[in-house]
Design a protein around this ligand. Structure first.
Ligand code: NDP
Length: 600
């Protein structure tokens, strides 16, 4: 089939390509990821926990546990649950928050919700006999489900909440990990599972004068309800007499802006790059449908979504939402064109499908925003997956309020912060409060993000070992660091629905630990050759497309416009999550823990 003409398309692909390039170029900056300020020292108050009344006082732990899990977010919770199912009793979860939930513990800003369908996103629904109340659950329901998982699997027992790991060393003589924390704990663990989470260290823009502001300020992941009033449903009554600035227009700002806009006397939203805002269409769960669900339904639904998002074909799209639509469109345009597929045309056809989708998104801004100039400013000019797609049914309309102003910084961002407010485009906007919706660290070193280093065999640290890129077997273990397991996307399966991959990895770890117990092994470690082979495979099959990344507007997906040369190695398994899950399942099926050294 021929490539459609611009007359058939109703837009000119060349003109759009040029526009995308111009918009990207405006935003490129030499300091890329270095533009952000690490939150520590004088900025430390930005990450204090506003959700606990006080630090619980407890004696330091100096004991020994069988399994220590670092992180009480979804990864840690699922790992804990799967290990309990294998009969592991002596488990300790270490979590810096005052409760379980991870992302959902910290992100309580008004309007916080998950964009992935709750029926596939919330882990262990059948195990807990629970069906979420809406298609897209709001944060309080997700936090409450996290606590219910912890309670059901007795994970509160023995847990260290409000505790951060500060270091960990392998004691070779005893074959144990020795873990230290900021609560002066120093305890041993036979096995350690690290589930630090991908986006958990808030970041601030390195804007001049950021500390000179005399008004109130906080980061969205530490929402100050004392100051704003209200709760995660909104009704922020204490903002009624306040002028507020929100800096940032990513997925978080998109969700909280309508609530702040509804309450504040005046809201300025400072935009550097607009997000793409597609239809949300949330709806309550139909009780009859919930009643009709048959055992195994959640796994079936998760698989169905994952097949579609991986470019596969299913008889029925069970989730039927923005994600499956976007991906189906892109892939069907390219792949399923029958025998006449001309593979040379595929990239251009996919680009056209992308243009078409983004034209719809841009038209939506014009349809919903009354002021044509504001509508124009809210239109994203980049390819759909350069940034995270957002879905919302009232964000764009918020700019129709007289009390809400979009400050379009034309790609340059906020210039300066003064004692009184925010400067952009040479103009000072006086405000009472600045809310930083500026996201989380990505692309900084693993150790900086996790907050601790790990010392393995022969005194080698993980930061040294991974200085030139990650090295693992299946993304789950790394040689020289015995009995240590990792839950992350890197060198493992990536899914749009993160908890799906976390569950697969948790089941894999459960299998390995069970084998160790069956064979009474004191420790296991990865054989170097097996690790080298996996790293080679990861690089060989990587789908990291540096051309695509370079053509994208800067953001955390492309290391702020400077794609990392190690992205192929540090990225996920390039053939996709389904082949990855098949590889790990076949490895378990083989039954001999191939590539693992076993020490009695
Ligand atoms: P993001 O990193 O996506 O957004 C940060 C925002 O801050 C961007 O708009 C960025 O602009 C802006 N910014 C940074 N520096 C400046 C500056 N100097 N001046 C003006 N603006 C600036 O963080 P979020 O917290 O929004 O989202 C992080 C991730 O968390 C999401 O991508 C998603 O994965 C997840 N999430 C999911 C949600 C869901 O399911 N609905 C909801 C919220 C978050 P620019 O784009 O130009 O860099």
């Amino acid at each position: 089939m021929a490539i459609p003409t611009k007359e058939e398309l109703g837009f000119d692909p060349k003109a759009l390509r040029d526009k995308y390039r111009t918009e990207r170029d405006k935003r490129l900056r030499e300091d890329a990821n270095e533009q952000y300020t690490e939150i520590k020292g004088e900025f430390g108050s930005f990450i204090e926990d506003p959700y606990v009344a006080e630090n619980v006082d407890r004696e330091p732990f100096t004991d020994e546990v069988e399994v220590a899990i670092i992180g009480g977010g979804f990864g840690g919770l699922i790992a804990g649950a799967r290990l309990r199912e294998h009969g592991f009793e002596n488990i300790r979860i270490i979590e810096k928050g005052g409760d379980f939930g991870g992302t959902w513990y910290w992100n309580r800003y008004p309007g916080a919700a998950c964009d992935t369908e709750a029926y596939i996103y919330l882990p262990l629904l059948e195990e807990l006999d629970y069906v979420p109340s809406q298609k897209y659950a709001h944060a309080p329901e997700i936090l409450s489900h996290s606590k219910n998982i912890a309670a059901k699997y007795d994970l509160y027992e023995n847990a260290c909440l409000q505790t951060e790991v500060t270091g960990m060393q392998w004691d070779e003589l005893e074959s144990r990990w020795v873990i230290q924390t900021n609560r002066q704990d120093r305890f041993k663990a036979r096995f350690v599972v690290m589930s630090n989470g991908p986006l958990h260290r808030p970041k601030l823009p390195g804007i001049e004068g950021i500390n000179s502001f005399k008004g109130h300020t906080f980061h969205t992941s530490r929402w100050d309800y004392e100051y704003t009033g209200g709760d995660s449903n909104g009704a922020l009554e204490r903002l009624r007499d306040k002028k507020v600035a929100i800096i940032g227009t990513g997925a978080t700002a998109v969700q909280c802006t309508p609530h702040v806009g509804e309450a504040a006397k005046q809201l300025y939203v400072f935009q550097r790059t607009p997000s793409s805002i597609d239809i949300r269409a949330n709806r309550k769960t139909d009780p009859e449908w919930a009643e009709s669900l048959k055992p195994g339904w959640q796994k079936e639904r998760m698989d169905n979504f994952n097949i579609l998002c991986s470019g596969g074909v299913v008889e029925e799209d069970l989730v039927k939402d923005g994600w499956t639509e976007i991906i189906r469109n892109l892939i069907s345009m390219a792949n399923y064109r029958g025998e006449d597929t001309n593979w040379d045309e595929v990239p251009e056809l996919m680009e056209i499908a992308d243009f078409q989708k983004m034209e719809q998104i841009r038209a939506r801004a014009s349809d919903l925003v009354e002021d044509p100039q504001t509508a124009e400013s809210l239109k994203p000019y980049y390819r759909q997956f350069c940034k995270r797609p957002c879905f919302h049914d009232s964000y764009l309309q918020t700019f129709n309020r007289d009390s809400v102003e979009l400050v379009d910084t034309n790609g340059l961002g906020v210039e300066r912060i003064t004692e009184k407010g925010v400067v952009a485009g040479g103009k000072e906007y006086e405000v009472d409060c600045i809310i930083f919706a500026t996201g989380f660290e990505v692309g900084t070193s693993y150790v900086r993000r996790s907050g601790y280093d790990v010392t393995g065999l022969d005194g080698i640290t993980l930061s040294d070992k991974w200085a030139e890129g990650m090295r693992t077997l299946h993304g789950v273990m790394t040689s020289g660091f015995p009995n240590l397991f990792i839950i992350s996307n890197s060198q493992a399966g990536f899914t749009t629905n993160f908890p799906h991959a976390m569950d697969e990895t948790s089941q894999h770890i459960g299998y390995i630990l069970n084998e160790c117990r069956k064979d009474n092994l004191s420790s296991i470690d990865v054989e170097k050759e097996a690790e080298d082979k996996w790293v080679e495979e990861i690089i060989g099959v990587s789908r990291f497309a540096s051309d695509f990344q370079e053509s994208c507007t800067p953001g955390y997906y492309n290391n702020e416009g400077k794609p990392n040369p190690k992205s192929a190695q540090n990225g996920p398994y390039g053939k996709g999550s389904r082949p990855y899950f098949r590889i790990t399942a076949a490895w378990r099926e083989e039954g001999n823990m191939a590539g693992i050294k076993k020490n009695k």
